[in-house]
Structures are given as C-alpha cells and as structure tokens.
Design a protein around this ligand. Structure first.
Ligand code: M6R
Length: 613
C-alpha cells in the first residue's frame, strides 16, 4: 500500500532519483511522504502530510544537504491519521537511524509499552516507529546494523517491507521483507530499492525480487541477501522489460484515461501471439501446462478481490459455458477464513493485477495446503504470486497506475476466455472447428474496441455524463456473462466519483432494487444476447414505466431503442461481449468523475495495491 524507495550510490546525489521514484510510486499511497538522507553531517529528514508536491515545496524552501544514501516513502495511513508526524521516515532514539515501513506491525502496542518503559520516546502514532526504536535498541547492544535488524525483526509480529538507513562514518542501508513486496535494482550509479519495479526502471532494468523473510544489506556495488534462517542466498537477477514511458501519462489528462484508451493494444498484446488459429487452440507457453494436466482438472476455484473478482465471475460463465468444468469464484478474504474444502482435481486460480494482494496470496496458499494445484492470472511478472504458483499466465497489460483498474480487467477477461478455450480443447469438449471459430472471434474483436475508443464515442459519453452527473444514484443491471460487468460498472463509478452505485443481476431487479427506481435514479442496463435480450428489454420497460431514466449499453438494437440514452456497442459473440460492454462503463465513470472534479488517479481512501489485510 505504501511506496518505498532508497539507494546507496557510488556517485552523484540521491535525492532527485528518490523523488522521481516516489512520484512513480505515489499511486500506492498518497496521504503523506518523506525522505531521510545520510550525509556527512548525519541524518536529515524531510516529511509532510499531503501529496508529494507538498514534500517538494518543503524541500525547495529548506533544501536538504547533499547525500549519496537515502530512503523515501509515500504513505497510506493505517495507524494514526495523515499528519507530518505520522509521515515516514521515523527515527530511533539516537537520531542516527531512520526507517520506512509498508505493512502492519501487529504487536506494536506491546512493543511500544516495553520500549517506553525503557525510556524510548515516541513522536508519532504509527506502528512503524516502534520498529525504528527496536532496531536502534538492538544496535546499541552491539553488532552490525544487519544483525540488529535481524534480532529486532524476531520480536515483531506482522507484515512488513522495511528500509533502514543508518548515518554512521559511512552510510548503511538494510532492508527486509515479510509480506509486502520489495525489490533491489543493480544500477551503474549504485544500488536502489523499491516496493515496486516501476520505481527502479529509471535507474536500471536489472532487478532482484526479495522473498519473504529475506534481509538484504546494500552496498554501492550490489547486495548481500540472507534468508529467514540467516543463511546467505543468491536471488535470481531478472531483467524487467517494462518501458519507463509505460508508467507516464503521455498526452492524457489522467493515467486512467490513458489506460482506457490502451485497451485495443492490450487485447492484441495479451492475446494475439497466443492464438493458434490452425489448431483452434490457445498456447500459454509460460504456464508449463500439458494437455494431460489440464484434462485432469475437474473443478476450478477462482480467488480474487475487487475488480479481479469481477473478472473471476466472467471467467466462471466462460469456463462453465465453453469448457463445461464447474467453477466457484470466491472473495479471497472470505475463502481464506471459512475452512473451505478442495476436492481432488481442483485447480485454484488467483486473478490479480499486482500479484501482491495480501488476501489473494493467503487464499492461494491455503488452496495449495488443501491439495489444489495452483495457478494465477497476473499482470506483474516478478510478483510474489507469479513466483509462488505452479503455473502462471501473464496478462501483459503493461503497468497500470490509475488506482481504478481498467486495462488490467480487460486483459484478465481476455485471458479467462482463452483459458476456457484451452481447457475445453484439452478436455475434448471443444473440437478443432469450434476452437477455430472461438479463436477467430477474439482476433476480430480489435476493430470493435477501437470503435468504442473513438473521439465520437468519447463525445457521446461526455454528453450523457453531463446529463446524469447530478443524479442521486445509479443502478447497473446485466444478465449472464454481463452481470459481472454491471458489478464492475458500479464499482468503477463508486471508486472514482464517490457516487452511490449498485450492480445487480437484471433478473433480480423485481426482487428489491426496483423500489429505488425514480426520476433521479439512473439505470445503466447492459443489453442481452439471444433469448436474454427480450428479458432485458422487459427490465428496461419496467424501469421506464416507473419514471426511471435508462442508459442502455450493448448491441441489441431493440433494447437501445427503448432507452432514454443509447450507447451502441459493436456486435460480437456473447462470450466476448463483456470485453466490449465494459469500455463505455469505464468511460462513463471517468467522465462523471472528471465533471465532478474528483481526483481520478488517486481516489480518496484507496490504494492501488492492497498488501495488508
Ligand atoms: O492487484 P489486484 O488485482 O489483486 O487488486 C485487487 C483489488 O484490490 C483491485 O481490483 C481493486 O478493486 C481496484 N481498485 C479496482 O479498481
């Protein structure tokens, strides 16, 4: 949730690179930020509440001393509100040691009481400050910084990624991870750390992902890593292929807007190289799956959170409908605590943009303990999830910076469709002819997506948004494979415009939500396919009969004709319609939020990657 950067350089000044890293990481947490620098005069700390610009203004007014070593942080508050004092870094009692932390120290109250009794004074309400004092206390007892950190962390219960800077004769930097991610970048000008590879890309592509329990001691020319047992370990050096421009807004006003408009390319990048038109099949080379392995899958459990959970719901319709394998979709946060059962032959599939969501990781580990084979559909190649599962499929959407997920969702649904085809082929449920048709349908989807992303469509959605931005609330309705799209449309609007919105299965409307219908409650209805189209038309009629305005989205012309506002979506197979239908809903949320003056890329109270419970 919080962002961490740091570096020990062999030349130059560290501050500018750290601020650059924090700017990239601000999407992880953005209620306060700070830096600590270790120079010849000891430790200098600058930190303040508010966005990163506040810290930059502060540093402009009171410039920091030159330094080659430093750590920095952007915060998403867990313990104590977003104030200057609670902002990281935190110091120990000696004032020579500074620490930044992402995670939660669960036993911080006991530790704080014990330290207070020993005379330690605390300046903040955070759990993190306790760690700084603990490490400082251990260091006073003797040994090196890395030994003191190791001893202190043995006393800590909880989840953390920490970076500890010590201003001695030579600055020292140690970091550790238990839960939230942390990676080390080996650059020409020194060694960098970041809670996300995006922060390292401006400096290097050569990255080491730390594993749970790792403790890393940085030097200006590399890193020494010890595992949880204290043994020296070699962690694989990996080359990151994301481009630094992927993480910029380019000419767009917001990351979310850029990410919405990238989706035709995301489809091509995620799918086209995997489509085997000749055999009517899909290749997931990185998964290592054989036909024999997939034909033994008798049940699928999907675990995920938020938008990724919606992608899981779409996947259920696709896999059950096309491959005829029973699928259950669970909130990871529920699955992990409800004593679930996994029958033999179960494949547990986690869906996650970040690959670091704490609940999803825990659910996946539980499924593995229960004997399931594990897989994930994930957007981040070096993430914890990708490294822990038996098989993975990368969504290849590129970095997603906007807190509200858009292109990652579409990529997840595209992968879900391909997975349904692959499973159906492996199990002999889909023959080569049907496989060819399904694969061809996906290949032909791109022009439809491009049409939805045209200027003409943007203008149309802006006009509709203008007319509906002031209503009391929104009801999103969809059926079948488009029911999860109704849920996703409502979530998007809630997240970035803070308007009340609910997603419902259209067939459920009469069982309650119809009571909400009135002139100031807009219903966004996703039109149906085949026999379902008529049923959705009835829903539209029923809403209109009660004076409720309707925005219809989809390809069924008769439904569009009945509505007050019609957003026509190109025709496709029913299975691919969610990929098209979700685009206008994303655009509607974006435009309404923009017109209401909301902070689209950094919505209040949210963080991109939920690495704590
Ligand atoms: O990184 P993940 O896909 O595991 O994240 C899961 C959810 O936290 C995420 O989808 C969240 O719901 C987004 N804010 C949705 O826009």
């Amino acid at each position: 949730m919080c962002g961490i950067v740091g570096a020990l350089l062999n030349r130059g000044q560290v501050l500018a690179g750290m601020i650059e890293g924090l700017r990239v990481l601000e999407y992880r947490g953005y209620d306060s930020s700070g830096v600590a620098l270790a120079g010849s005069d000891g430790l200098a700390i600058a930190k303040c509440a508010g966005r990163l610009e506040a810290l930059e203004c502060h540093l402009e007014a009171s410039p920091a001393p030159p330094a080659r070593a430093g750590i920095g942080h952007t915060r998403w508050a867990t313990h104590g509100p977003a104030t200057d004092r609670n902002a990281h870094p935190h110091k120990d009692g000696t004032g020579r040691l500074a620490l930044v932390h992402n995670g939660i120290i669960e036993n911080y109250l006991e530790l704080r009481a014990e330290l207070a009794e020993q005379g330690h004074e605390f300046l903040s309400e955070t759990d993190s400050e306790v760690c700084a004092h603990l490490i400082g206390r251990e260091l006073e007892l003797g040994g090196t910084l890395v030994e003191a950190v190791a001893r202190a962390l043995k006393l800590v219960r909880g989840y953390y990624a920490i970076a500890v800077l010590y201003a001695g004769d030579e600055p020292e930097l140690v970091c550790a991870r238990q839960g939230p991610p942390l990676c080390v970048g080996l650059a020409r000008d020194g060694t960098w750390i970041g809670s996300d590879v995006l922060a390292l890309i401006p400096h290097t592509r050569d990255v080491i992902y730390l594993e749970d329990g790792d403790l890393a001691e940085l030097s200006t020319s590399g890193v020494v890593v010890r595992d949880a047992t204290g043994a020296l370990v070699e962690r694989e050096l990996q080359r990151v292929d994301w481009d630094v421009n992927d993480a910029s807004k380019g000419s767009y006003a917001h990351h979310m807007q850029k990410e919405i408009h990238e989706q035709a390319d995301v489809l091509a990048r995620t799918a086209f190289h995997r489509l085997d038109e000749e055999h009517g099949d899909v290749r997931f080379d990185e998964s290592g799956w054989s036909d024999a392995e997939l034909s033994g899958v008798s049940r699928i459990k999907i675990v995920a959170c938020g938008t990724a959970w919606h992608a899981g719901l779409v996947a259920r319709y696709m896999i059950e409908g096309l491959a005829r394998i029973p699928v259950e979709v669970e909130y990871a946060s529920e699955f992990r605590y409800r004593q679930p059962l996994c029958e033999p032959g179960t494949l547990a599939v986690a869906i996650s943009q970040s690959g670091e969501t704490a609940d999803t990781l825990a659910a996946l580990r539980l499924a593995a303990d229960l004997g399931a084979r594990t897989a994930c559909i994930c957007n981040v190649a070096g993430s914890t999830m990708v490294r822990e599962v038996q098989s993975h499929i990368l969504t290849q959407a590129g970095p997603e910076i906007g807190v509200a997920s858009t292109k990652a969702f579409v990529a997840q649904v595209v992968v879900a469709y391909m997975l349904a085809v692959r499973l159906g082929r492996a199990q002999g449920v889909i023959d080569a002819e049907q496989g060819r048709r399904l694969v061809r349908d996906l290949r032909l989807l791109r022009p439809g997506l491009e049409r939805l992303l045209s200027d003409e469509m943007v203008q149309k959605i802006q006009a509709i948004s203008q007319r509906h931005k002031g209503v009391k609330g929104f009801l999103f309705l969809g059926r079948g494979v488009n029911f999860p799209i109704a849920l996703e449309g409502a979530l998007k609007l809630k997240e970035i415009s803070y308007m009340h919105a609910e997603g419902y299965a259209a067939g459920e409307m009469k069982h309650g939500p119809i009571a909400m219908i009135e002139a100031w409650m807009t219903s966004v209805v996703i039109t149906g396919h085949g026999a379902m189209a008529e049923k959705v038309r009835s829903n539209i009629e029923q809403i209109r009969a009660r004076g409720g305005p309707v925005i219809a989205v989809g390809a069924d012309q008769a439904s569009l004709n009945l509505a007050d506002e019609a957003i026509e979506v190109p025709a496709s197979s029913v299975w691919l319609s969610p990929i098209l239908n979700v685009i206008p809903l994303q655009m509607l949320s974006y435009e309404i939020a923009r017109m209401r003056g909301c902070d689209i890329d950094k919505p209040r109270n949210l963080a991109k990657s939920v690495t704590v419970e």
